[in-house]
Design a protein around this ligand. Structure first.
Ligand code: AQP
Length: 339
């Protein structure tokens, strides 16, 4: 990363459904920590949401925007300290995304595994927006010249593309260091939380099975039930970390335990070595309930006052635009758009 850019965090989540434990451990938990280290901008990325899941569902989208904003705050994002807003309220994102659509090469977009996964077998039926998603994501980040982006492991490839876009723009327009080469912040044991029903699939908002994920809105009983019913293999817990090889469901539960408790994996394995999963799951359920249930309660309180959530998002949009507008104006001048 360049030294000339002031440290600044940007990250966002799609209002496509209720947030889950993977979103919390992979990203949100780290967002909260970073607030004490540098200025942070956190966005509800509704423009990304209409590339697929939320397309054609305006009422659901509006509800989900408030729900995601409430989840951010309930998990510990402080809207006084950090900028919290809704992507579509700051037009600079879309303006810079168009420029980046012209900077990025088709070959780069073709390599994106998330598009392949989300488009599925019938890619000709996917929206063009889903295909250009990574360029909008690059714009989300670089319109603030953000230097750090806390995300889960699945977003690593998009972050690499963001760096490529920044570098190519800087080179092609001979504006060395205009955009920073942003660093992904992928930390902790929860960078890739897997489905509770299938250790080969990531925990996801759009999985058909609600038992595959722990939603941040689940009550204590539901959280405990989902953990107790989580799929495992028939063997007891291993004696050491090496024993997790080829056992994705066991590894996933140990990772979740470690990420929720901040206890290293090796220590957890040493404690439960050779035991059946039932005792381990009971403890994990207690830990998960202690972390998730207060978030769900706080979310319900926040959602009871939608006008206040809207006010927070509007205030955040003004603060975000004040940073983004001069940067996009300069980028347009560099490109040759003069008015
Ligand atoms: N399973 C996961 N483990 C760790 N981190 C995860 N993230 C998502 N799933 C996991 C991280 O959460 C942030 C927000 O993601 P998003 O809302 O942009 O959408 P996504 O990555 O597509 O998440 P989902 O749950 O899989 O949503 P759907 O099903 O709608 O596509 C990102 O930082 C991501 O890394």
């Amino acid at each position: 990363m360049s030294n000339t850019h002031k440290p600044l965090v940007f990250s966002g989540m799609q209002p496509t459904n209720t947030l889950h434990l993977g979103n919390y451990l992979g990203a949100l938990k780290n967002w909260v920590k970073l607030q004490d280290q540098m200025p942070c901008i956190y966005c509800v990325v509704d423009m990304h949401a209409i590339t697929a899941v939320a397309y054609g569902k305006p009422d659901e989208l509006r509800t989900a925007v408030r729900e995601v904003a409430a989840a951010y705050i309930a998990a510990g994002v402080d809207p006084k300290k950090s900028v919290l807003f809704q992507q579509s309220a700051v037009p600079a994102h879309a303006e810079l995304a168009w420029i980046f659509n012209c900077v990025a090469r088709l070959g780069w977009a073709d390599r994106m595994t998330q598009f392949k996964e989300k488009a599925g077998k019938h890619k000709e039926r996917a929206s063009v927006g889903l295909y250009t998603y990574p360029m909008l994501m690059a714009a989300d980040i670089l319109v603030y010249k953000a230097t750090h982006v806390p995300v889960g492991e699945d977003q690593k490839q998009h972050l690499e593309l963001t760096r490529d876009v920044a570098q190519k723009f800087n080179n092609d327009y001979n504006v060395e260091d205009f955009f920073p080469l942003t660093e992904p912040v992928i930390m902790g044991a929860g960078t890739r939380v897997m489905s509770l029903r299938d250790g080969a699939k990531k925990m996801s908002k759009s999985d058909d099975s609600d038992m595959s994920r722990i939603n941040l809105t689940d009550d204590a009983d539901m959280v405990a039930q989902k953990i107790r019913k989580a799929r495992t293999d028939p063997n007891p817990l291993p004696e050491n970390e090496k024993g997790l090889e080829g056992r994705p469901e066991a590894e996933n539960l140990i990772n979740i335990y470690s990420a929720l408790s901040d206890i290293p994996r090796a220590e957890i394995i040493a404690r439960f070595a050779g035991q059946q999963f039932s005792g381990f799951k009971n403890e994990l359920a207690d830990i998960a309930v202690a972390k998730i249930a207060p978030i769900a309660t706080r979310m319900r309180e926040l959602l009871a006052d939608p006008a206040e959530l809207d006010r927070i998002l509007k205030d955040g949009a003004l603060r975000a635009a004040a940073i983004a507008d001069p940067i996009v104006a300069e980028a347009k001048k560099i490109v040759g758009f003069s008015h």
